[in-house]
Write a protein that binds this ligand. Structure first.
Ligand SMILES: C[S@@+](CC[C@H](N)C(=O)[O-])C[C@H]1O[C@@H](n2cnc3c(N)ncnc32)[C@H](O)[C@@H]1O
Length: 252
C-alpha cells in the first residue's frame, strides 16, 4: 500500500505493467463495462480508469475537486460510497446485481482476512469473464509486510530517524489462502508495482494446501524463502496471456 509515498507515484510513471495499466487492459474491448475500486484514497487510479459505470468505495475518501471531476469525466455514471467494503457489500446488493462487475481493483484495508472477504464478495458479483486485481501482494521487505489496521498505525510502529513509506501489509497471505481454499478461481501475482494480484473464475493451474491456522502462522521469512510458489508469481508480461486466455470454466 503506499498511501502517501512517492514510490507509488514513481511506479505509476514508469513504463510497464502496474495496477492501473492492468485494469485498463482488462477493460479494453468490453462493452459498457462496470469498474469497482475498493480503497480509492486520493483517486490516483480511479481518476484514470474509463468505464461506463464506476463504483468507488472508501471509508475516508481523499479526493480533490479536480480529481473527482477527472474521475467523473471518465465514466457515464460514477457512484461513491464512503463506507467500509464490508458495509458496501452488505448494503448495495441491488446495485451490484444491476451492475455485475467487469473489472475490480481491491486496494482497501490491507489485512489478509479483509482482502479474502473483499475478493469473495466481489466474485459474487463478477461477470463470468470478469477480472479482479489486488494491489500490494508482493512486499519487498519485512517492514512493508507488517500487520496494521491503517496507514497511521503502520507509521506509528516506526521509531527512529529512518521512516519507510511503503506498506503492503500481509495481503500476500490472501493469495495463499485463496489458492488453498478456492479451486474455482485462478489466482496469482504479477511481479511489478509491489505485486499486482489477479483473480478470475476458472480452474487453477496449481493450488496450495495450507490450513487457515497454517496461513495465520506464516511469516515474512516463509514468503521470502518460497515467494514464487506461494504467490504463483509471474512476470509482468504474463498479463496479456492471462487476459487473452479468458475465463476457463465459469461455474454454473
Ligand atoms: C492505498 S489507498 C488506495 C489507493 C488507490 N487504490 C490507488 O491506487 O490510487 C487505501 C485506501 O483504502 C481505504 N480503506 C481502509 N480500510 C478500508 C475498508 N475497510 N474498506 C474500503 N477501503 C478501506 C483507506 O481509507 C485508503 O484510502
Amino acid at each position: 500500500m503506499s498511501f502517501n509515498s512517492g514510490i507509488v507515484k514513481l511506479a505509476d510513471a514508469l513504463p510497464g505493467v502496474n495496477r492501473i495499466r492492468a485494469v485498463k487492459r482488462a477493460l479494453a474491448g468490453r462493452s459498457n463495462p462496470v469498474y469497482l475500486e475498493i480503497g480509492v484514497s486520493r483517486g490516483q487510479a480511479f481518476q484514470q480508469i474509463a468505464a461506463d459505470v464506476k463504483i468507488a468505495v472508501d471509508p475516508a475518501f481523499n479526493l480533490s475537486e479536480r480529481t473527482r471531476e477527472r474521475a467523473d469525466a471518465n465514466g457515464r455514471v460514477t457512484h461513491y460510497f464512503e463506507t467500509t467494503s464490508d458495509a458496501f457489500f452488505e448494503e448495495q446488493k441491488a446495485l451490484l446485481e444491476r451492475h455485475p462487475v467487469d473489472v475490480a481493483l481491491i486496494d482497501g484495508l490491507h489485512t489478509y482476512e479483509q482482502v479474502v472477504r473483499d475478493v469473495e464478495n466481489t466474485v459474487r458479483y463478477l461477470r463470468d469473464d470478469g477480472v479482479i486485481f489486488l494491489h500490494d501482494c508482493n512486499p519487498p521487505f519485512e517492514l512493508a509486510s507488517r500487520r496494521a489496521e491503517s496507514w497511521e498505525s503502520f507509521m506509528a510502529q516506526q521509531k527512529g530517524p529512518l521512516v519507510i513509506g511503503v506498506w503492503n501489509g500481509d495481503v500476500w497471505k490472501a493469495i495463499v489462502q485463496l489458492r488453498s481454499t478456492r479451486d474455482d478461481l485462478q489466482v496469482g501475482v504479477l511481479k511489478c508495482d509491489q505485486g499486482v494480484g489477479f483473480v478470475r473464475r476458472g480452474t487453477p493451474e496449481s493450488t496450495l494446501r495450507y490450513s487457515v491456522d497454517q496461513i495465520a502462522a506464516l511469516t515474512y521469512a516463509d514468503l521470502k524463502a518460497d515467494r514464487k510458489r506461494l504467490l504463483n508469481l509471474k512476470p509482468p508480461r504474463y498479463l496479456d496471456e492471462f487476459l487473452n486466455a479468458g475465463a476457463a470454466s465459469p461455474p454454473k
